[in-house]
Write a protein that binds this ligand. Structure first.
Ligand code: URA
Length: 490
């Protein structure tokens, strides 16, 4: 029996070196026990670590996909991961294509582990909340987080980029990460009692959360899935969740009961019916139900097709009914959307909600998404300044828009602004020239272009603002009518 002791739970290099030496000496997976330095007593505790055999002459190579997978899976908390990865490596020597067999139990298990690790990393990005301790020059921001897997080293660079100008520490039971403005360092894990609990940032978070909470769009199950209860204890806004849910029904009722704004007579609401759905096309056959959209969303959460993921908090995927007859496409998530993980929840979203309502379109029946799904910004002190996405970023992200369209099969797509138009039409499309008429796209989907709601927010002149807002509502009405026409013709 060979006993290999790795330096730490994340010691990929140590594992790789040992696995290579063992495999090249034909040591069978069943004859190796893997453990980590400092682990508590187990069956083999009284057995000394065995010396690794010499590496004989020669080499053998493994596919890059295996190395990439192993680097993620090794961060899983399951103790069996080292053995599983060694078994895969061993088997790859006689079957170089092993990694392409998705149904192989070892391959499937390693992928499941890597997925769990990535999900955990994503949750850490989204749910770490810093608390301010000390004052002025001594100020430091400290957060407590309990990761499921060994992801602190993996996730730390994200926080260094994102909160580059504030000194922070993330404390966890496994390992603590610290940023001093130029370098990330790590110290051993600590108990929760060492993390601060309340401070003045709490109130800011609570106010922010309450402001983006839209009772009309409340889906408790989906919310709990995205923000699992176990993270609530560290989220300042968590204390608001229960009261907001309780009051949501009353607030929704009140919103519906509110009188409509004159002089715009609301059109009949857009209902999702079999009539208003676009029939399946050949290419959309693969996408059948809400489950497909959920799978897309999960896949997009790990998108690395352009560098924008590095600084953004998370992918902000589209939202709405899986067979919505109408799809609205914006530019990219803004600061609030990036933090909340939902499209159009900030000021532009509020403007859009108002205009949709005036146009007689029920937002809960519409699928709302963005051409680019990560927030692009430059930090300016504590503010994150929005940056327009560049063409390579729009192109890199277009796959998600195409797959959303194929899954949903809307009767009509509305492009909000130039970036959305570029994605929807697949080429630069000036808004003013294309505005006001319905265009049929090569895939048979109909589309309309209008301005982006944040264009209206930026207009300095009140008169121009009111005029442009009216035009925007008119465009949305046109979209509502065109959608119904197109669905009837289908
Ligand atoms: N602007 C957009 O284009 N999309 C959002 O989700 C928010 C603001």
């Amino acid at each position: 029996m060979h006993i290999v002791t790795l330096d730490s739970d994340t010691d990929f290099d140590g594992w790789r070196q040992a696995a290579r030496a063992l495999a090249m000496n034909n040591v069978k997976p069943a004859d190796v026990t893997w453990r980590v330095q400092g682990e508590t007593a187990d069956l083999f505790d009284d057995q000394a670590e065995t010396k690794l055999p010499e590496v004989p002459e020669g080499t053998f190579s493994v596919p890059a996909s295996f190395v990439e997978l192993a680097q993620s899976a090794i961060l899983h908390r399951d103790q069996s991961r080292f053995g599983l990865l060694y078994r895969l490596l061993w088997r790859l020597r006689s079957n170089h294509d092993l990694m392409t067999i998705a149904t192989d139990p070892d391959v499937a298990q390693a992928h499941a582990m890597a997925r769990a690790v990535r999900r955990d990393e994503h949750k850490m990005h989204a749910f770490v909340r810093f608390r301010e301790i000390g004052r002025e020059r001594e100020t430091r921001y400290v957060a407590w987080f309990e990761p499921e897997h060994h992801i602190v080293e993996l996730a730390a660079p994200f926080f260094a980029r994102r909160f580059a100008d504030m000194p922070w520490s993330i404390l966890t039971p496994d390992l603590c990460a610290h940023w001093d403005g130029s370098r990330v360092s790590f110290t051993p894990g600590v108990a929760k009692a060492e993390a601060p609990s309340e401070d003045r940032l709490e109130e800011v978070w609570r106010r922010y959360y309450a402001s983006i909470f839209n009772p009309a769009r409340l889906k408790v199950k989906a919310m709990e899935k995205e923000m699992p209860k176990k993270y609530w204890q560290n989220l300042p806004e968590a204390s608001l969740i229960k009261p907001l849910i309780t009051s949501a029904t009353q607030r929704t009722g009140a919103m519906i009961a509110e009188p409509g704004t004159e002089p715009h007579k609301p059109q009949k609401r857009v209902e999702e019916t079999a009539m208003t759905r676009k029939p399946k096309t050949k290419e959309s056959k693969a996408y059948d139900d809400a489950g497909d959209l959920e799978r897309l969303r999960e896949e997009a959460a790990h998108c690395r097709a352009c560098p924008l993921w590095k600084n953004a908090t998370q992918t902000v995927f589209g939202e709405g009914p899986p067979h919505a007859p109408l799809m609205l496409v914006g530019e990219q998530p803004g600061d609030k959307e990036d933090l909340a993980g939902h499209p159009f929840v900030g000021p532009a979203g509020q403007m859009l909600d108002r205009a949709l309502e005036e146009a007689g379109i029920d937002r809960t029946k519409v699928y709302v998404t963005n051409a680019v799904k990560h927030f692009k910004f430059v930090p300016r002190g504590k503010i994150r300044l929005h940056q327009k996405p560049a063409t390579p970023e729009i192109k890199a992200c277009r796959q998600w828009y195409e797959r959303e369209v194929a899954a949903i099969r809307p009767a009509l797509v509305v492009a909000l602004g130039a970036t959305a138009a570029q994605s929807v039409f697949g080429k630069i499309t000036p808004v003013n020239k294309s505005r006001g008429h319905v265009v049929e796209l090569p895939d048979g989907i109909k589309a309309i272009v209008t301005v982006h709601p944040s264009y209206l927010l930026r207009l300095p002149d009140a008169e121009a603002k009111a005029r442009e807002y009216e035009r925007f509502v008119e465009d949305l009405k046109l979209a509502g009518a065109a959608m119904k026409r197109s669905a009837r013709a289908a």
